[in-house]
Ligand binder design. Structure first.
Ligand SMILES: NC(=O)c1ccc[n+]([C@@H]2O[C@H](COP(=O)([O-])OP(=O)(O)OC[C@H]3O[C@@H](n4cnc5c(N)ncnc54)[C@H](OP(=O)(O)O)[C@@H]3O)[C@@H](O)[C@H]2O)c1
Length: 306
């Protein structure tokens, strides 16, 4: 009997990781091992009920990582810059967490590592946007991963469609039937790169996992773009309006209240997240990913804004 193919999924109780766990469960080739700091949380128990393994580990604690990675074939790695405990340790603490995970994966002989990453704003903007830490940190981990010798792919994500409710980027205008998409610092014409995480991120991860052996030259040491669709926010507002049956406009707010996030949006508006890439990523399409459109997304979320 062949041994079970276990994939450790970090961030499994969050937006990214839960998409990965769901995709692996639906497919059945791999057993997802959901990694969390609290295996008794409501989300962890839900994942367990769905059929995932659940294991406790903390990215700050390398021994807990090695233990949780025992018997694991592959890892989906993501760090959360804004987690209060991580954030309290300083702007670049996320780099340490990524390095810990790579070191633990190497020590436990993980065969394939997928790293969720973002562009290096400082480098891309030639120093103009030098304080978008949660981007630069992840890109700095890319470099460490490349040097580590751990077989890997890097998966870049776009702006999560789920931000509409997770970060209140779609709000009701008081005393009216209207809704506003309120992303700051964004030019009306600048494209945004949308990722419907729930539907598309797990699929992309699964495709890489399924083909890192039989199509290794297409998968290993490569950077992919898990982006569902490229649109400007005015186009996105029109799609939402059509689906939701309510007036929706794009109304850039002056600030998020956080300088780092304002700079992040200004960077994206000025430079674009992935300007040199075809969207959807044809290499992921060729590996079997069927990306969804923002029209499909908008139809699906109707109930939330009825
Ligand atoms: N929102 C966007 O548009 C967007 C776009 C691109 C990239 N991102 C990136 O996405 C990342 C966050 O992903 P998300 O939205 O999926 O997160 P999320 O929904 O906020 O969930 C965070 C996850 O991280 C886990 N976690 C946090 N600190 C941990 C630690 N020290 N050890 C182990 N696990 C830890 C949490 O697990 P437990 O609490 O269960 O332990 C939880 O599963 C951010 O770094 C952000 O930069 C966001």
């Amino acid at each position: 009997m062949s041994s079970p193919r276990i994939v450790a999924v970090f961030g499994a109780t969050g937006t990214q990781g839960s998409s990965v766990v769901q995709a692996l469960l639906a497919d059945g080739t791999f057993i997802p091992r959901a990694i969390t700091r609290n295996s008794n949380s409501e989300k962890a128990l839900q994942l367990k009920a769905l059929g995932a393994e659940v294991a406790e580990a903390d990215l700050w604690d390398i021994d807990s990582l090695k233990q949780a990675l025992s018997g694991v074939e592959a890892v989906y790695g993501v760090t959360n810059y804004y987690d209060p405990k991580n954030f309290a340790q300083g702007h670049t603490s996320e780099v340490l967490l990524g390095k810990n995970l790579i070191d633990a994966s190497k020590a436990t002989d993980v065969k394939f590592f997928i790293w969720s990453s973002l562009p290096h704003c400082t480098r891309v903007s030639n120093g103009k946007y030098a304080n978008v830490y949660h981007f630069d940190n992840k890109a700095n981990v890319d470099d460490y991963l490349r040097d580590s010798g751990v077989p890997h792919s890097i998966l870049h994500t776009g702006w999560f469609s789920e931000n509409l409710w997770n970060y209140n980027n779609l709000v009701s205008v008081p005393d009216s039937n209207c809704l506003e998409v309120n992303v700051p610092k964004y030019d009306l014409q600048s494209p945004q790169y949308f990722t419907w995480v729930e539907r598309d991120l797990g699929q992309c991860t699964l495709a890489l996992l399924k083909h890192y052996k039989d199509r290794d030259s297409e998968v290993l040491s490569r950077t992919f773009y898990a982006v569902s669709e490229k649109l400007n926010y005015t186009q996105f507002a029109s799609i939402l309006q059509e689906a939701l049956g309510r007036p929706v406009s794009f109304a850039p707010s002056p600030t998020t209240g956080l300088q780092e996030l304002d700079d992040m949006y200004a960077f994206q508006s000025e430079f674009g997240l992935y300007p040199h890439t075809a969207i959807p990523d044809p290499r992921l399409v060729s590996l079997g990913v069927k990306f969804h459109t923002m029209e499909e997304f908008s139809q699906e979320i109707k109930g939330r804004y009825a």
